[in-house]
Design a protein around this ligand. Structure first.
Ligand code: G
Ligand code: G
Ligand code: MN
Ligand code: NA
Length: 248
């Protein structure tokens, strides 16, 4: 079987699971999670999204897969809303450019919210600069419609794309996510540190939230905090894991 027919089988056979990774504040209190898709292949075991998302995008299969991720994430939000220690937690969902660009994307998000009863304010959509590089009017209209219902947006892998910064003031963006590529060597690389500082300062002056991803050491966290970044995600606080393994 080819990986394409395997992908079809995966959708039909419910071989996808969501992993969850914590996002924490400066007190290391969990404020939310990012959901990360995993494919449990019957023979190959766990397959990384890096290995199948490009193919899922080429074949269009990312659309039903992405809808499933949204529905699962919203179902989790609805479940957490009934638990006092979890009802404040947000869930961030990665959205593919291919998925976002579909005419019915906004409706598919509203459907997931309505079916589950999830609070839209706690749903954060992670989009990339690639999306913002083309067809700004369409992107803007969709983001505004979702924002009007409370959904928020985070720019994933910020600083790695090729888009113009002018979109930052045109679009309803709530958060910039500093790419882990700038965090990895932030202690020793003055260039990475300078870029991270620029993102933090930019976010600050535009009244956007900022989160650093790929934080693995306390030294990185402390440095980021001294630079004005107070929200973090990374192995230091927890690896992506199954929902049962999340401890708050
Ligand atoms: O967990 P990590 O290996 O877990 O993720 C690798 C890449 O796959 C990241 O760039 C991440 O944004 C992407 N990714 C993870 N889950 C999803 C998903 O549900 N949808 C999309 N489109 N991308 C995802
Ligand atoms: O592109 P995106 O930010 O959606 O994907 C996040 C990716 O980073 C996932 O593959 C996730 O498993 C991975 N990740 C999360 N925390 C860490 C970390 O602390 N270190 C490293 N190396 N990778 C991480
Ligand atoms: Mn992400
Ligand atoms: Na990222």
């Amino acid at each position: 079987a080819t990986i394409i027919s395997d992908l079809y089988a995966a959708i039909l056979g419910q071989q996808f699971v969501l992993f969850y990774q914590k996002q924490v504040d400066h007190l290391e209190q969990c404020i939310g999670v990012e959901v990360l898709l995993r494919w449990i292949h019957p023979e190959k075991g766990m397959v990384s999204p890096l290995q199948f998302i490009p193919l899922a995008e080429e074949t269009g299969l990312i659309v039903p897969i992405g809808e499933w991720v949204l529905q699962e994430a919203c179902a989790t939000l609805a479940k957490w809303s009934l638990e006092s220690e979890k009802q404040h937690l947000s869930i961030a969902v990665n959205i593919s450019v291919v998925q976002f660009s579909k005419d019915n994307f906004v409706q598919s998000v509203f459907n997931a919210l309505e079916i589950s009863g999830a609070n839209p304010q706690l749903l954060k959509l992670e989009i990339t600069e690639t999306l913002l590089a083309n067809n700004i009017p369409d992107v803007k209209a969709k983001m505004k419609e979702l924002q009007q219902h409370g959904v928020t947006f985070s720019i994933d892998d910020f600083g790695t794309g090729y888009s113009s910064l002018s979109y930052l003031k045109q679009l309803p963006i709530n958060q910039l996510k500093i790419d882990q590529g700038f965090i990895r060597d932030i202690i020793n690389s003055s260039n990475d540190k300078a870029i991270a500082q620029a993102v933090i300062t930019l976010a600050d002056s535009m009244e956007l939230q900022v989160i650093a991803e790929g934080v693995e050491t306390e030294a990185q966290r402390a440095l980021l905090q001294s630079m004005g970044c107070n929200t973090y995600q990374g192995y230091l606080f927890g690896k992506p894991c199954r929902i049962e393994e999340l401890h708050f």
